[in-house]
Design a protein around this ligand. Structure first.
Ligand SMILES: Cc1cc2nc3c(=O)[nH]c(=O)nc-3n(C[C@H](O)[C@H](O)[C@H](O)COP(=O)(O)OP(=O)(O)OC[C@H]3O[C@@H](n4cnc5c(N)ncnc54)[C@H](O)[C@@H]3O)c2cc1C
Length: 366
């Protein structure tokens, strides 16, 4: 085990079966989010992302100084070297705020691109693209989905990369390329062998620096009425005779689909746990509002049966989702319900209720 990983694991006592050390890391992350990140949220909601970059850069330095940077990355790349199941729980904590992952340098799509570069990049690609990404000096994007084809079937696409001497010449049309504005490079999915017998062996993944002539952002697509800016945006992009060295190919030709699937595996868990974090935060806000809002003097919203049903249903849905995603994750103790006096009451669910949650979830599904 590398020395820094050992130091981190020792600091948080993470080698002990009790997992107390990991709980202490989680609580450090939680405290950092509450003290340093949540106070930035009103600015995040009222100003364009790009205007806040200097403040965010300062916070990113603070995350590094606190020893919490890039929890998903191995220690040799400057991260905490956590396992996927450990990172899933950190992801939940960071998901409580929309800027948590970005400030800890474990945000999509960069986290996925880092994984791809770690697993499939050669030494040169790692030095040029992965290391600055891991240090948070640059950002990246992932360009797969096309307007002309169903994104849920990424074996079918029109973007091509044709060999020409030592280069690939890329032509195509992509959209929903998250965070393309301000990114230093894109990992592009393009067809290199349209004749391959298997549709899963036709595409490759190629690194395209966004400064390459022919890479053009058409617009940022409005999502829920907001086109966003910089990291917080999703672009329509065209590649017009975009020429990059063949050395920018990741892995081998035809491996693009396989790499995309590999990337999606951990990505799904990370996305879902981030949503659990969002749900937890929303749940707490809902309980607080139900407890504080009075329908008439001394009669809070929380005293109404329908409100109590809604709260119970939300709690059960979130807990059953956690059970599906992270079966070993302990539930509670933390605020869970609103008592009749209109206060938040603490305490996790007893163990026998956790089995009932699975039944609840199955009933919801079928
Ligand atoms: C906010 C956001 C960020 C994104 N970021 C990126 C990014 O960074 N890079 C990138 O390349 N792409 C990105 N995407 C695109 C995303 O990958 C696609 O939206 C997704 O793959 C679905 O493709 P589609 O939108 O073309 O929907 P379609 O494939 O057209 O699907 C339409 C609907 O049909 C359903 N459907 C599809 N196939 C089936 C089936 N076989 N059976 C039943 N139902 C089906 C789907 O669930 C969906 O409801 C992003 C999308 C969003 C919304």
């Amino acid at each position: 085990m590398p020395i820094r990983e050992k130091q981190l694991r020792d600091k948080y006592n993470m080698n002990q079966p009790s997992r107390n050390g990991f709980q202490s890391l989680l609580s450090d992350v939680r405290q950092f989010v509450r003290e340093h990140i949540e106070p930035l949220e009103s600015e995040f909601l009222s100003k364009p992302f790009r205007e806040l970059l200097p403040i965010f850069a300062e916070k990113r330095r603070a995350v590094k100084a606190a020893g919490l940077w890039a929890p998903q990355l191995p220690v040799e790349y400057g991260g905490l070297g956590l396992r996927l199941t450990e990172f899933a729980q950190i992801s939940e904590e960071l998901g409580r705020t929309p800027i948590g992952h970005y400030l800890f340098n474990c945000q999509a799509p960069d986290a996925g691109n880092m994984e791809v570069l770690m697993m499939h990049g050669n030494q040169q690609q790692k030095a040029q693209f992965l290391l600055p990404l891991a240090r948070g000096e640059i950002r990246s994007c992932f360009s797969m989905t096309e307007p002309e084809h169903a994104g849920s079937n990424p074996a079918w696409m029109s973007t091509t990369a044709v060999k020409d001497g030592d280069d690939y010449v890329i032509n195509g049309h992509k959209w929903f390329t998250s965070s393309a504005e301000g990114a230093a490079f894109a990992i592009v999915m393009a067809v290199t062998d349209p004749e391959a017998a298997s549709p899963y062996k036709r595409a490759s993944q190629i690194i395209v620096p966004t400064s390459t002539p022919g890479f053009r952002i058409v617009r940022n697509i409005s999502v829920m009425g907001d086109e966003g800016s910089d990291y917080a945006s999703h672009a329509e992009v065209v590649y017009e005779d975009c020429r990059v060295p063949r050395a920018n190919l990741l892995s081998a030709e035809g491996d693009g689909f396989g790499i995309a699937q590999e990337r999606l595996g951990p990505g799904r868990i990370q996305h879902c746990m981030r949503w659990v974090g969002i749900c937890e935060r929303a749940f707490e806000m809902m309980c607080r509002q139900a407890a504080r809002r009075e329908l008439s003097p001394g009669v809070p919203l929380a005293s109404r049966q329908s409100i109590q049903h809604w709260i119970a249903e939300c709690r059960a849905r979130t807990d059953s989702t956690i059970r599906c995603l992270a079966p070993n994750r302990r539930l509670g103790p933390r605020p869970r319900t609103v008592d009749y006096g209109g206060r938040l009451s603490g305490g996790g669910l007893p163990r026998h209720h956790q089995g009932n949650l699975r039944i609840f979830w199955r009933i919801q599904l079928f």
